[in-house]
Design a binder for this molecule. Structure first.
Ligand SMILES: [Cu+2]
Length: 347
C-alpha cells in the first residue's frame, strides 16, 4: 500500500516538473522545516529570491533532496502558494511525519512576481516570501560594454570605413546582459543589434552602454575617432597666378593696368602670399605699389588685385617684359610674364 502511495506521489511530482516546460532545467531551490514545536515551526529559509524559470522544492523529509534544509519534519505540514493578490497558485497535500523520499512538493515559477508560501496547519509562523525576478536575485552591478573598431581597440584616425562592434558582459553571478545601446554623433540611444559601419568622413562620437536583466544601467562610455579617406583634405598649398591681359599696347607717359588673380589650389592655407611686379626700372614704374601682400590664402580660395604701371619715356618704341611673381611661405613660386608694346614717340 505504501508502495502505491509512493508511486502516486512520484507521478504527481513528475507531472508538476513536466508542466513547468523547458524552463524546468534551471536552478532548483530547497525549502525545509525549521523549529521543533508548533510555537516555532517555520520555513528554512523564510525568504527566497529566484529567477524566472527556477523551481522551488519544499521538502518534508531528509530523503526528499538536498540537505540542509531538507530534514525529517517534526509535525505534519503542507504548502500553499499564493500570489501577491492572495490568490492560490498551487498547493500540496498534507505530508505526514517521516514521509520519505517522495515527501516534497515542487513548483516552477514562470513569471515575475512576489508570492507567499504558507503551511495552513501553522499559518502564523510558517509563512515565507518568494520573489521571482527577471532573472536575478540581488544583482546591483551594471554590465560592462567594450567597443571594438575594425575588430581592435579604438585609435584616433581611420583612412576608411569603420566597423563598430560592441561586446557586453555582466558581472559574475549577475542577472545577465539584456540590452546594449549606442548613440552616434549626438543622436538618441538605439538598441545595438550587431556590428555596424560608419563611413562618412570627419569626426565621429559613439556613446554606448548596456543594461542587465535586473535593470542596472551602465554609465555610458564614449569614443571619438576621425575618418580621413586617403589623406584627402591635406593637400599642401599651391599657388596659381593669372594675369590679364597678356599683351597690352601702351604709350610712354601714360598708365596701364593689369588684373592679377591669385589662387590656392591646395587644401592647406598659404601663409604670407604675395605678388610682386618686376620690370626694368628705367621703363616702367609701379603706380600703386610694387607688391600685393596678403596674410593668408585659404585652401581653394582665390583673390584678385589690380596693378597699375606708369610707362616711362625711355620705353617708347620698345617691347617691355613685365613679370608678376607670386610667392608664399614654403611654396614654389609662380611667375607670369606679360608684354607691353609701347608706341613710338610722335615728333
Ligand atoms: Cu506546518
Amino acid at each position: 500500500m505504501s508502495g502505491r502511495l509512493g508511486l502516486l506521489a512520484a507521478l504527481v511530482a513528475a507531472a508538476l516538473v513536466l508542466s513547468a516546460g523547458p524552463a524546468a532545467a534551471q536552478t532548483t531551490h530547497y525549502v525545509g522545516e525549521e523549529g521543533n514545536s508548533p510555537a516555532n515551526f517555520g520555513w528554512d529559509p523564510p525568504e527566497l529570491e529566484i529567477a524566472v524559470g527556477d523551481t522551488v522544492r519544499w521538502c518534508f523529509s531528509a530523503a526528499a533532496g538536498d540537505s540542509p534544509p531538507c530534514e525529517d519534519i517534526e509535525a505534519p505540514h503542507d504548502v500553499h502558494i499564493l500570489d501577491s493578490a492572495g490568490q492560490p497558485v498551487a498547493a500540496s497535500d498534507v505530508f505526514p511525519v517521516g514521509g520519505g523520499a517522495d515527501a516534497y512538493f515542487e513548483y516552477t515559477f514562470d513569471s515575475e512576481g512576489t508570492f507567499t508560501y504558507i503551511c495552513q496547519i501553522h499559518p502564523s509562523t510558517m509563512i515565507g516570501t518568494l520573489t521571482v525576478g527577471g532573472g536575478g536575485g540581488e544583482d546591483t552591478i551594471p554590465p560592462t560594454t567594450t567597443i571594438l573598431l575594425n575588430g581592435a581597440a579604438p585609435v584616433s584616425t581611420y583612412d576608411g570605413p569603420v566597423e563598430v562592434t560592441l561586446q557586453a558582459g555582466d558581472n559574475a553571478g549577475g542577472s545577465g546582459v539584456e540590452t546594449t545601446e549606442y548613440a552616434l554623433d549626438g543622436g538618441d540611444f538605439q538598441e545595438y543589434l550587431g556590428p555596424f559601419t560608419v563611413s562618412e568622413e570627419g569626426e565621429h562620437t559613439i556613446r554606448y552602454r548596456s543594461t542587465d536583466a535586473a535593470g542596472n544601467v551602465e554609465e555610458p562610455k564614449e569614443v571619438t575617432f576621425t575618418i580621413d579617406v586617403g589623406g584627402g583634405g591635406e593637400e599642401p598649398a599651391a599657388l596659381a597666378v593669372t594675369v590679364k591681359p597678356k599683351n597690352k599696347r601702351a604709350k610712354a607717359g601714360r598708365k596701364v593696368a593689369f588684373r592679377v588673380r591669385l589662387a590656392n589650389t591646395g587644401d592647406q592655407a598659404a601663409t604670407d602670399p604675395k605678388v610682386c611686379v618686376k620690370a626694368p626700372r628705367k621703363r616702367v614704374k609701379p603706380a600703386n605699389g610694387r607688391c600685393w601682400t596678403l596674410s593668408e590664402l585659404a585652401g581653394g580660395e582665390q583673390r584678385s588685385a589690380r596693378f597699375a604701371l606708369k610707362v616711362k619715356k625711355p620705353a617708347a618704341g620698345k617691347r617691355v617684359k613685365v613679370r608678376f611673381v607670386a610667392t608664399a611661405e614654403g611654396i614654389k613660386r609662380q611667375v607670369r610674364t606679360v608684354t607691353l608694346r609701347v608706341a613710338k614717340r610722335k615728333r
